[in-house]
Every structure is written in C-alpha cells, then in structure tokens.
Design a protein around this ligand. Structure first.
Ligand code: PLP
Length: 465
C-alpha cells in the first residue's frame, strides 16, 4: 500500500487495495492487515484505516468477519451468455451532419454555437448543486418538471412581458426535446421552417415523417412576406421559427416581420412554435418583442439554459397553452418518464438566488467585446466579395462568400490548418440561396478568433488563385 511521501488518506488506501485486488495481488480470501497495524505501518492519522475498510466493505470488495479480521471477497464475474438471438441492425442511415458536441482540443471551432466555457458560471452552479444536495435533494419526480423551476421560469418570462404561468411550462432535456414533444403532440405531417434552419430541428421533423416547407430567409435583406405567404398557404400544421439571432444566420426578425408572420400563420391556420434560444443574449438598451409576447398563449415558446448556463445540465423548456400541456406532458412521459430533478433543482436554485441575471449581464458584456473584435478583424482581413451579417448579439454571424469559392475545398483546406467550420448544406430546404457558413464569436477568445480569421483569409486568397 505505497502512497508516496505524503500521509495516506482513506481514499488512497481504498484505491490501492482496489488496484491490488483487480491486479491479482490480493486474491479472494486474503486477509488485510489489522486496522491498528496498518495505521502504525503507514503512520496514518487515527480512524483513517477504519474509514478505508468501511468503504471497501460498502463497495463489496471485502468483508469484515467478527474477531477474525477483514478478508477479500471473490470477484463476482458473470460469464457472457451464449447468444440466442442476432443483434438487430439499424434501419435508418445516420444523417450526414458534423457532430454538434463541444469541439475537441487542438481544433479551432469557428462555427460552434456553444459559448466559451470560460464565460460560464461553473463555480456558482457548483455552489447551488452543493446546497441542493445538502438541503433539498428531491426524492421523487414528476413528468412536467420540478415545480419550483417551472415557477421561477414563469416569473422570469412574465417579467419580460410573456404570458406564461408555471402550469404552462414543461421542463425538457434541452429545447431539442421540446421540439420533439411538440411535433409528436400535434401529430404534424408538414412543418414550415426558415431556410436555412437549425439543422437538428430539420432532421428531427424529417425523422418523424414530416414534409418540410422551406421559407427562404435572407439575412442581408430580411423576410419576403409574400414568399412566406405562399409557403404557409400550403397549410403546414406547424411553423417552427427562430426569430432572435436565427441559427445559422444570426438574423433577428424586425417587429414588423414578427407581426407579419403571426398574421400569416393566423390567416392560414398554422400553429406557431417559437424557438427563442437567443433573445436573452441581446445588448442592453435593445428591445425587440418575442412572438409569444404578441401572440399570447397561442404561440408555443421554447427556450433553454443549455448554451447560456452550462451545456451539461441539459435543461430546456416549452411554454404552451393550457389545452396542450397534458398531451405534451404525456409525450414527455412516454419518452423519458421524467427528467433528472436533481439538475432541475440546481437550475431552480441558480434562478432563485438571482444568479442568472447577473450571469447574463456579464456574459453579454463579454460577448459584445468579442463581437466587436470579430467585426473589426473581418473588416481588416476579409478579401473583396466577402460579406457578413451584424447580429449585434447572440453567439454567431453569417459569413457569405463569393460563389466562386468551393466550399468543400475551403472546408478541407481549413481543417488541415486546425480550423473547423460547419458545412451549412444540411440546413437548407431545397437549393441553397446562401453560400457561406456560421462564425461563432461566443466560443473563441479574441486571440483565437484573430488567428482563425487570419487562416481563413489566407485560405480564401489561396483558393481564389
Ligand atoms: C436554434 C436552436 N434550437 C435548439 C437547440 C437545441 O438546444 P438544447 O437542446 O441544447 O437546448 C439548438 C442547439 O444548438 C439550437 O441552435
């Protein structure tokens, strides 16, 4: 049980015995040294050896026999059963999308929608988690979600002018699950979406058998309501819209566009699902309403804490109308029975302490600085013919390239230099009217951004030759 020069702790002893057992050094039936002898031998503080042995007993590795000592137990190895059925093979071919997970080390992720982990309030989340574990650890769960969290969300949204009660809110595993239960509850067959659109929403709706109707979104020119009118006249059951800092273009609807789109949906009898992943990442002083504000409880409203708070918490939610809530809850129950209330309680605690608003304000200041630096670097470095949007908030902007640039050649050229961009082709419905990709200014530090844009500018010049 060598533990180096510092005094061994109970955890060291447990780890050391565990290693010995699995390595065969301590076969079943071996007797561990008596507590006192071990304490003397290793110069341990009092009770350390006993605590370690108690832990080994709790782990089922050893047993304490009265007046005899502590003995290693036989490992409980189960033999693999002889196979009697064949493993089924998947019938669906996975979609050709790059991984949306957090980018790996060693590559500069120029298109990720995640926020730099350095800007996330991990210490305060840990503080809330410790408090929940100490005092409020929920033993049960309910499919609709932890009530104090639903209340805190409804309070926040009401303060922002949205008509939402705690009973309207269903907590989901990220907003992705909200999209899933909404589509299932409405039994949609046809869904209208912006083109381009958040690719995992498109793939989700398609995987549920929906036909997608694309509504062209030009982030430089805005929305052509006449074109959208024609698309909505095909009477899809649902219009899925991302009006604030649209993914992937960074575009935000103007107030007139918000009203215009709602009127069209009302006229054609189309339900509205607002994915509001971005409106709380807006600079101070800016004001833009949300669809739910204008359309009240008729608008299904989805938002999420995952990007802005901590991706691994996976907490999102949908606010619906009282008529739809029971079906949405039933769909969620069928899929997961319920989410981990422990995580929901941690987020509730975070909101309750007022940490979220403080965090969003600090985050926004940091994003504003990165955004300004990114615009300045683009201005300075991009060759003629390259254009970009100026979203003024959110995590990303759209970079539009001349048609002459071969996107796959650019992608591989950049990948060889450690810069990863996401191929937007999967985000369009039908032919792509844009030719570019998303630039993430919320993920990269100013230095990383400058170096990635230097590589990009260099690649564009090389490919143009
Ligand atoms: C627009 C949009 N909506 C929804 C989601 C799903 O996010 P989550 O499930 O992490 O809340 C994403 C993820 O990137 C997104 O970009």
């Amino acid at each position: 049980m060598a533990t180096g020069s510092r005094r061994a702790t109970a955890a060291d002893i447990v780890a050391s015995v565990q290693r010995e057992i699995s390595g065969g050094g301590l076969p079943a039936g071996s007797r561990l040294p008596p507590v006192r002898a071990l304490e003397k031998q290793l110069g341990l503080s009092k009770n350390t050896a006993q605590a370690a042995y108690d832990e080994l007993v709790a782990r089922g590795l050893v047993e304490a026999r009265e007046r005899e000592g502590v003995f290693v137990l036989a490992a409980n190895r189960t033999l693999a059963p002889t196979p009697i059925v064949r493993v089924p093979l998947p019938q669906l071919v996975p979609p050709p999308l790059s991984k949306p997970d957090l980018p790996g080390r060693g590559t500069t992720a120029l298109s990720t929608v995640f926020i730099d982990p350095e800007l996330l309030p991990t210490e305060r989340i840990a503080e809330c988690a410790r408090s929940v574990l100490r005092e409020k650890m929920p033993a049960q769960y309910e499919a609709q979600g932890y009530r104090p969290l639903r209340e805190a969300i409804a309070k926040r949204l009401s303060a922002r002018g949205l008509d939402v009660d705690a009973d309207d809110v269903i907590i989901t595993t990220g907003s992705q699950q909200s999209l899933d239960i909404v589509a299932r509850s409405l039994a949609t067959k046809r869904v209208a979406v912006e083109s381009p659109v958040y690719a995992y929403a498109k793939l989700l709706f398609e995987s549920l058998g929906n036909e997608l109707v694309g509504m062209q979104l030009d982030p430089f020119g805005g929305i052509d309501l006449e074109v959208w009118d024609r698309a909505l006249a095909t009477r899809p059951s649902l219009a899925y819209l991302i009006p604030s800092f649209h993914n992937p273009t960074g575009y935000s609807y103007s107030s007139a566009e918000l009203r215009g789109v709602l009127e069209l949906c009302q006229r054609h009898g189309v339900a509205v699902l607002e994915d509001d992943w971005g409106s709380d990442m807006m600079s101070d002083g800016e004001y833009r309403p949300m669809l739910r504000m204008l359309g009240g409880k008729n608008v299904l409203y989805v938002n999420s804490f995952t990007k802005k708070l901590l991706p691994s918490l996976r907490v999102g939610f949908v606010a619906a109308s009282p008529e739809l809530v029971p079906t949405l809850v039933a769909m969620k129950r069928l899929s997961t029975l319920g989410n981990a209330w422990l995580t929901e309680a941690v987020v509730a605690e975070f909101l309750d302490r007022g940490y979220y608003d403080t965090h969003l304000a600090a985050l926004q200041r940091a994003l504003d600085t990165r955004y300004a630096a990114c615009l300045a670097a683009l201005e300075e470095m991009m060759p003629d013919g390259v254009r970009w949007t100026r979203p003024g908030g959110g995590p990303t902007l759209w970079l539009e390239l001349p048609r002459s640039v071969d996107m796959s050649a650019l992608e591989s050229h950049l990948a060889r230099r450690g810069v990863h961009i996401s191929n937007a082709s999967a985000a369009f419905i039908g032919a792509a009217h844009l030719h570019g990709f998303r630039i993430a200014y919320a993920f990269l530090s100013e230095i990383e951004m400058r170096s990635a844009l230097t590589i990009l500018a260099d690649a564009l010049r090389t490919l143009a030759r």
